[in-house]
Design a protein around this ligand. Structure first.
Ligand code: AMP
Ligand code: MG
Length: 349
């Protein structure tokens, strides 16, 4: 299949490209597009055949439901009801990186919700995404625009790398601002539960409703007896080709341990990359240092995380080492993605 690529630089001048992409979605095709979290791979959420093409292009497990993207805060056509707290969260955080899980109406096909009675819905804030949804005239089901298991793409080049030849159209735009996927809150239960941490932090959510909790199954290492409530959270994910290990401890010990391990790898003729904060980046004399951003700005670290993992793949390193981050604010989402990318290989020092 030939994939058309169009970069949207100016929404007015490039409107014909957007219209063409919207027409493809309406007609049952598949289009990659920018959002503020990561790039998405979209199809008409109400068309089962179209949605099947997303699963096929990504190699996504069939039991992993898709998030439905909308261009309006009014979602009455899609869900049975919007409870009071869900409405407050929508009013406060939409458009933005927050997905709300609610009981679905029949109009949402089982393919989209992976046979669940509920559906995840989000209104993105990216202008290109919003315009695409508006022009296509239908809600757009969209997971991240990567091959399943790989780190999510935060720019158009990475979409092309994974999906060229597999889908109809790739719309390019600015780099994703948040860099990690949306926060998911299950509002079918009381109190609501965070199923996946993201750019809207637990602290921000609790300002709206202080009793919001977090799914125990996504805290700490995976356990046989505790299944995550978001089906997708059980899969190994975000993984670079190289083996990633997280080093957790105070700064001095972390630096010392990383240098010791790097030395060892180099003696064994292995290539190794170190994902580091700006502050520590000059502490590692050997190995390829990739800077994630300042420890004082974890939003920047989140924004650069997936791209950095992909850079490690470009460099064809054998091993990657990364320091751990504090798990508050957006640090919770960063550590969730890092832990999964590392297959929970965490060395405490
Ligand atoms: P992605 O689109 O790749 O960011 O993945 C979407 C995530 O949302 C996956 O972890 C899904 O399991 C989760 N998800 C989507 N819909 C639901 C739902 N109705 N209930 C629980 N989790 C959901
Ligand atoms: Mg994904």
């Amino acid at each position: 299949m030939e994939t058309k690529v169009a970069i949207i630089k100016d929404m007015n001048k490039d409107i014909e490209d957007l219209k063409e992409a919207a027409r493809i979605i309406y007609d049952g095709g598949v289009v990659a597009f920018p959002t503020e979290t990561v790039y998405g791979l979209g199809a008409n959420a109400l068309n089962e055949d179209a949605v099947s093409k997303i699963f096929e292009a990504k190699g996504r497990p069939q039991d992993n439901p898709l998030i439905v993207h909308v261009a309006s805060k009014n979602i009455d056509d899609l869900v049975v009801e919007v409870p009071e707290i869900a409405q407050k969260l929508i009013d406060k955080f939409w458009p933005g990186p927050l997905t709300i899980i609610l009981n679905k109406k029949e109009i949402i096909p089982n393919k989209t919700s992976a046979n669940l009675a509920s559906v995840g819905i989000r209104m993105p804030s990216n202008n290109i995404a919003l315009k695409l949804i508006e022009l296509s005239g239908c809600p757009i089901a969209a997971p991240s625009a990567n091959i399943s298991g790989r780190p999510s793409p935060t720019d158009v080049e990475r979409c092309i790398e994974d999906l060229n030849g597999k889908i109809d159209f790739i719309l390019g735009g600015n780099k994703s601002d948040v860099g990690v996927e949306s926060t998911i809150v299950d509002c079918t239960v009381m109190p609501p539960v965070v199923l996946r941490p993201g750019g809207i932090t637990l602290e921000m959510l609790r300002e709206v409703y202080s009793d919001i909790t977090i799914d125990k199954a996504i805290q700490g290492k995976p356990r046989e007896d505790l299944k995550p409530k978001a089906p997708g959270m059980k899969y190994r994910h975000y993984a670079p080709k190289a083996k990633l290990r997280i080093i957790k401890g105070n700064k001095e010990k972390t630096i010392e341990k990383i240098n010791e391990i790097v030395q060892n790898y180099i003696e064994n003729e292995k290539k190794v990359a170190i994902l580091s904060t700006e502050e520590l980046s000059n502490k590692f004399p050997q190995g390829k240092v990739i800077t994630l951003g300042s420890e004082k700005n974890l939003n920047e670290v989140a924004r650069n995380l997936f791209e950095s993992l992909r850079k490690c793949d470009d460099l064809k390193v054998d091993f990657i080492l990364c320091q751990a981050f504090e798990e508050d604010g957006v640090g919770l989402a960063i550590m969730n993605r890092l832990n999964k990318a590392a297959g929970f290989d965490i060395l405490e020092v």
